[in-house]
Design a protein around this ligand. Structure first.
Ligand code: AMP
Ligand code: MN
Ligand code: MN
Length: 325
């Protein structure tokens, strides 16, 4: 029996929530589940809450029904948390979880803390959308649901290229294609296309990037004043860390952007055997082995120095384990 079998649960209303600053997998999984539950359980009142979703996902059905102001003091029969590794990352959604009579967490983060009543966590899955697909009945996967799930999968796999992509991921994507989705448009429109300003800030971040640890590490930062100057927000910075990671010789890419004065959102990406989930975890964040994040405070110099000490330590351990084998 799937955790999504609501008949077994006598549920009148459901709240779907995701993590703060929702990405493609978070928005795709939340709207995929929203459309699925509306189709399969039309009698159940289903609501989705997400903070400030990026307009590039507006083609997804239900995008205009996303509640960006979170319910307060409402006790839902069921709260389903998607793509979120811990309660703190639910942000303003945390009280919805705490007040709900039942809760389910569906996720793929290796650092997931199993904070809900029922937890379906598959760290080997490419994305929450992939986990969700496995819990859905075939007949409920309409073209609209497929568009959402496909979007989540391409975002968390970098369009099927990151190491989290498996044969199973491809098989699921193939099945989703059979519903008739316009995959070319989804990939270009939500993943690759950038606005003029997004390209400008990407260019600036690459231009100002700093290479260190013999070129094994690279970092760049976007400050609040830069965001103001270019008229962009954090949602316009997607893809910068990935471009840094693709620099030849780089084993770890660090990208920071300033949330408030001297408080930085940190994104870490690894190539090779580095485990950045461990490093992000040490600084109170989390994520996946090759893609993780955290929030750190101090000067840029402090933040990069603290991170680089951990990266250097791991790189040394990896070299030692190679030479002793
Ligand atoms: P990002 O660099 O923000 O794209 O995040 C990369 C991965 O790490 C994603 O799977 C995020 O969900 C996860 N992540 C990012 N920041 C945090 C954090 N502060 N705490 C836990 N997980 C995080
Ligand atoms: Mn996510
Ligand atoms: Mn995800």
């Amino acid at each position: 029996m799937s955790v999504l079998d609501l008949k077994e649960k006598s549920v009148g209303n459901v709240a779907i929530i995701g993590h703060i600053r929702p990405d493609g997998d978070c928005i795709g999984s939340c709207l995929g589940l929203f459309n699925y539950l509306k189709a399969v359980y039309p009698q159940v009142e289903t609501k989705v809450y997400l903070g400030d979703p990026a307009p590039r996902f507006a083609y997804l059905k239900g995008f205009d029904q996303i509640n960006t102001i979170f319910a307060q003091e409402v006790s839902f029969d069921l709260c389903i948390c998607l793509d979120c590794s811990d309660e703190e990352r639910l942000g303003d959604g945390k009280p919805i979880l705490q007040l709900a009579k039942h809760s389910i967490c569906i996720d793929h983060h290796v650092t997931n803390t199993r904070y809900a009543g029922e937890n379906v966590v598959e760290p080997e899955a490419s994305s929450t959308c992939e986990v969700l697909y496995g819990l859905m009945k075939e007949e409920g996967i309409t073209r609209e649901v497929a568009e959402c799930l496909y979007t989540g999968i391409i975002h968390d796999t970098g369009v099927f290229k990151y190491s989290c992509t498996s044969a199973k991921t491809m098989a699921i994507a193939g099945r989703l294609m059979e519903t008739g989705i316009d995959f070319t448009d989804i990939i270009d429109g939500s993943f690759y296309r950038k606005t003029y300003l997004q390209n400008q800030i990407l260019g600036r971040a690459l231009l100002e990037s700093v290479s260190f640890l013999d070129g094994k590490c690279i970092f760049s930062v976007v400050r609040l004043k830069d965001m103001k100057f270019y008229g962009v927000t954090s949602k316009d910075l997607d893809g910068i860390v990935e471009q840094l990671r693709l620099t030849e010789g780089v084993e770890c890419a660090i990208f920071l952007y300033e949330i408030e004065s001297q408080i930085f959102k940190v994104s870490l990406r690894a190539t090779g055997d580095l485990n950045v989930a461990e490093i992000a975890g040490y600084f109170g964040g989390g994520g996946h082995i090759k893609a993780a994040g955290c929030t750190m405070s101090g000067t840029i110099y402090d933040v990069v120095n603290n991170l680089s000490a951990h990266i250097e330590k791991q790189l040394k351990e990896l070299t030692n384990s190679c030479t002793t084998e």
